[in-house]
Design a protein around this ligand. Structure first.
Ligand SMILES: NC(=O)c1ccc[n+]([C@@H]2O[C@H](COP(=O)([O-])OP(=O)(O)OC[C@H]3O[C@@H](n4cnc5c(N)ncnc54)[C@H](OP(=O)(O)O)[C@@H]3O)[C@@H](O)[C@H]2O)c1
Length: 273
């Protein structure tokens, strides 16, 4: 039996974590969302999830320190003051930066600043508060694992070797998030807490459903580079396949194996696709 707190379970990869992990009735899964009634309704209408009494949905916008603090206090009441896993999954996938290189983004300086601030607030500042506020619960837990869901776009080698010039602001914020996770690892490793950054791979959750043909053409340029990087890459994974792979990475990882603070792919290494 283990207790999990997962952010961003309203949809996408987070909803699939909720589904997979709550399948075991011995697990307790606490999902944090921005709009509690909407997610409660979605769960109550989901044939698989509606009868699972081990699911708890709490409300917090991650950019509100007070809301996160309240969610930590509510979690402690549900679990008796301890949790085993904290999964920082919630993220903001910008629609401003995926289609153009950084010089073109720079032609709209105010939009660039606003989007970068939003990305940094959610991926960096909010996760610092999330980790700090839930650390007393993690320290009382048995498993003591904290995972930040990151992106291979934050990796310098693939960026440099394949000239990945799109999604610059998103990549910058995820690279900073990896360092947040590593710094927490540096502080808490001696207390037995394993911190990890894991990329879920490329996962189809509908991010590009509203892209224009020109925008899709631009994304296609990335796909050509991805095919060169990983000739076996056949396109995005389903949320189900991705979350199963990510869970197996955090299950295999340990402080004893030297994984503290590591940035890993869904394969458990530095192969991002
Ligand atoms: N999909 C991919 O291919 C891919 C690849 C690499 C990494 N990732 C990472 O995987 C994670 C999940 O991505 P996804 O594809 O499932 O994205 P998604 O479908 O866009 O879901 C994002 C989740 O984050 C929540 N969220 C966003 N801002 C929030 C805030 N301020 N406070 C609380 N919750 C907030 C959203 O809640 P609302 O419903 O309220 O908006 C939603 O539940 C993200 O960290 C993403 O960067 C995804």
């Amino acid at each position: 039996m283990a207790t999990y707190v997962i952010t961003g379970v309203s949809r996408g990869i987070g909803y699939e974590f909720l589904r997979q992990i709550s399948k075991d009735p011995n697990n307790v899964v606490i999902g944090i969302v921005r709009d509690q009634p909407t997610t409660l309704k979605k769960v109550s209408e989901d044939a698989d999830l509606k009868t699972r009494s081990n699911i708890h949905i709490l409300e917090a916008d991650l950019t509100s320190y007070d809301a996160l603090k309240k969610a930590a206090a509510e979690t402690a009441k549900i679990t008796g003051g301890a949790i085993d896993y904290l999964i920082g999954n919630a993220g903001y996938v910008s629609q401003f930066d995926p289609y153009d290189p950084i010089s073109v983004l720079g032609e709209k300086p105010q939009e660039l600043e606003a989007d970068l601030h939003k990305l940094i607030n959610i991926h960096v500042v909010a996760n610092i508060h999330l980790y700090n506020l839930f650390m007393p619960l993690i320290l009382k837990g048995k498993t003591k694992k904290v995972v930040g869901i990151s992106s291979g776009f934050a990796d310098l080698d693939i960026t440099n070797n394949f000239d990945l010039d799109l999604s610059a602001l998103y990549s910058i914020s995820k690279a900073a998030m990896n360092m947040v996770t590593a710094k927490f690892s540096a502080e808490y490793k001696k207390q037995g807490v394993l911190f990890l950054s894991i990329c879920p791979g490329m996962v189809e959750v509908g991010h590009w459903n509203n892209s224009t043909p020109e925008q899709l053409q631009s994304l296609g340029g990335n796909l050509v580079k991805f095919a060169e990087y990983a000739p076996n890459f056949k396109g995005p994974d389903t949320p189900e396949a991705s979350t199963q792979a990510v869970i197996s990475v955090w299950e295999k990882a340990s402080l004893e194996n030297g994984d503290g603070g590591a940035f890993l792919s869904h394969f458990g290494n530095k192969q991002w696709l």
